[in-house]
Design a protein around this ligand. Structure first.
Ligand code: ATP
Length: 451
């Protein structure tokens, strides 16, 4: 029986592809073929591990960022948003310690002249195997540029290597304008830039990427409590959006791994095809950042509690996540291969909140007679969610195309629709199909999407 007959087919899970390299290859391939992620400057042969997000990638990435914003800002009363400048003053990075310390240990292979991050390789060159490596030297990861027409020391500016400093330097501005009282947070989503020595693993590590960071300012004696609170909150965010529990873990840093100012750091890690690796770091940063900027700027960065007469420098809990890296983890976790009615398919089982399109409207045939009704249905659904509209190829092929990009629901307009004003709604995961009157379609889709 084909799906065109109008009923759902049995799905059976195929054996997972055993080879991790294979999974990465499939994802990279799918990302390019279906318009999620293209190599940047593709027509010129690509540009140094930079990537462009295509029509589907921009939707998925935006949904990841929106889901973060919703949970971190919209659904709370104690966190405010910010969008600070990317181009930033050297004094910020001097005070934060980035100019002196934001370095990776760089080694050169004397044999093949490749360069590596010493802490990420063993005693030999991963390219040629030679053990003839130079002594590590500190390489600063910040991109330096010039603000203004003259290239001189006075005009030096940096592309921010993290969004966090924007929150620290605006602490007093936000406190005064919002009248919040610790505990409260400032959240920001945006681009950051690091001149990584070895960008790698597709968009896992790139020189230009997006972060989702929040600085939560708390009374000093509450820092431990809030650190533990944010560990749980952040871990659950990934679970809630569909990362399976067995692919997620919280790894506490050992004491010798901690930055000198941090009294606790834990990473949320995902089981990538190459092993466990970081999605997000959650750190108890003490009062290091506010104190450093207060000293360097001469501004008071503290909280004065008028009720108690108490004055203190808040401590900071920082959940710092990567949006682009997290998007890739969602893609990897969602990718499945199964069989529908004896035919192999690949399907992205993305949470509907993350899927690029929530609904695809598909007129059964290209004949003009179906188009007005199909466009009417599309017009009803577009205000509710992101919709695709596809008229090409057979309906079975179009279902597969939507499965492959994670669209949870297909709405098919057929010749019966012209008689009974009803459409077929097909579910991506079960492939079950039900007939729904157009008049109740919006309510049906809203109900399924929980909107
Ligand atoms: P790493 O040790 O992997 O270089 P980090 O611990 O320095 O990363 P943070 O400074 O804590 O990373 O940044 C917070 C988050 O930003 C990371 O967990 C990651 O998701 C993301 N991130 C950092 N660097 C990159 C990068 N080069 N490309 C993509 N995402 C990144």
């Amino acid at each position: 029986m084909t799906e065109e007959a109008g009923t759902g087919d049995q799905t059976t899970e195929a054996e997972p592809t055993g080879d991790p390299a294979d999974l990465m290859e499939r994802i990279v391939n799918l990302a390019k073929r279906r318009g999620f992620i293209f190599p940047s400057a593709d027509i010129y042969g690509g540009f140094r591990s930079t990537y462009d997000y295509g029509p589907l990638g921009v939707l998925l990435l935006r949904n990841v960022k929106d889901a973060w914003w919703r949970s971190m800002v919209q659904l709370r009363h104690d966190v405010l948003g910010l969008d600070a400048a990317i181009l930033s003053a050297p004094r910020i990075w001097e005070a934060s310690g980035h100019l002196a310390n934001f370095t990776d240990p760089l080694v050169d292979c004397r044999n093949c002249h490749e360069r590596w991050r010493a802490d990420k390789i063993g005693d030999s060159c991963p390219n040629c195997g030679s053990a003839d490596l130079t002594e590590p030297r500190a390489f600063n990861l910040m991109f330096k540029t010039f603000a203004g027409p003259v290239e001189e020391d006075a005009t030096v500016a940096y592309l921010r290597p993290e969004t966090a400093q924007g929150m620290f330097v605006n602490f007093a501005n936000v406190l005064q304008t919002s009248r919040k009282k610790p505990p409260f947070g400032i959240a920001q989503v945006g681009k950051s830039f690091r001149n990584e020595i070895t960008p790698q693993n597709f968009v896992f590590r790139t020189r230009e990427f997006e972060q989702m960071e929040m600085e939560y300012f708390v009374p000093p004696d509450e820092a431990d409590h809030w650190f533990r609170y944010w560990l749980t909150e952040r871990f659950n965010w990934y679970l809630d959006l569909g990362i399976p529990e067995e692919k997620l873990r919280l790894r506490h840093h050992a004491t010798d791994e901690l930055s000198h100012y941090s009294s606790g750091t834990a990473d949320v890690e995902f089981l990538f095809p190459w092993g466990w690796d970081e999605l997000e770091g959650i750190a108890n940063r003490g009062n290091f950042d506010l104190t450093a900027h207060a000293e360097a700027s001469g501004e008071k960065l503290e909280y004065f509690d008028q009720a108690t007469g108490e004055r203190y420098v808040p401590h900071v809990i920082e959940p710092a996540a990567g949006a682009t890296r997290t998007m890739m983890a969602f893609l990897l976790a969602a990718y499945h291969e199964d069989e529908v009615g004896g035919e192999a398919r690949s399907v992205l089982r993305l949470d509907p909140r993350l899927a690029p399109y929530q609904v695809a409207v598909l007129p059964l045939s290209k004949k003009d007679t179906l188009e007005p009704t199909a466009l009417e249905v599309l017009g009803l659904l577009q205000p509710v969610c992101m919709c695709d509209y596809d008229t090409t190829q057979s309906i079975g092929k179009r279902y597969r195309r939507q499965d492959e990009v994670g669209t949870p629901y297909c709405v098919t307009v057929d010749f019966d629709t012209l008689e009974d004003r009803a459409v077929t709604v097909r579910d991506r995961d079960t492939t079950e199909q039900v007939r729904v009157p157009i008049d109740s379609l919006v309510a049906e889709i809203r109900g399924r999407l929980g909107r």
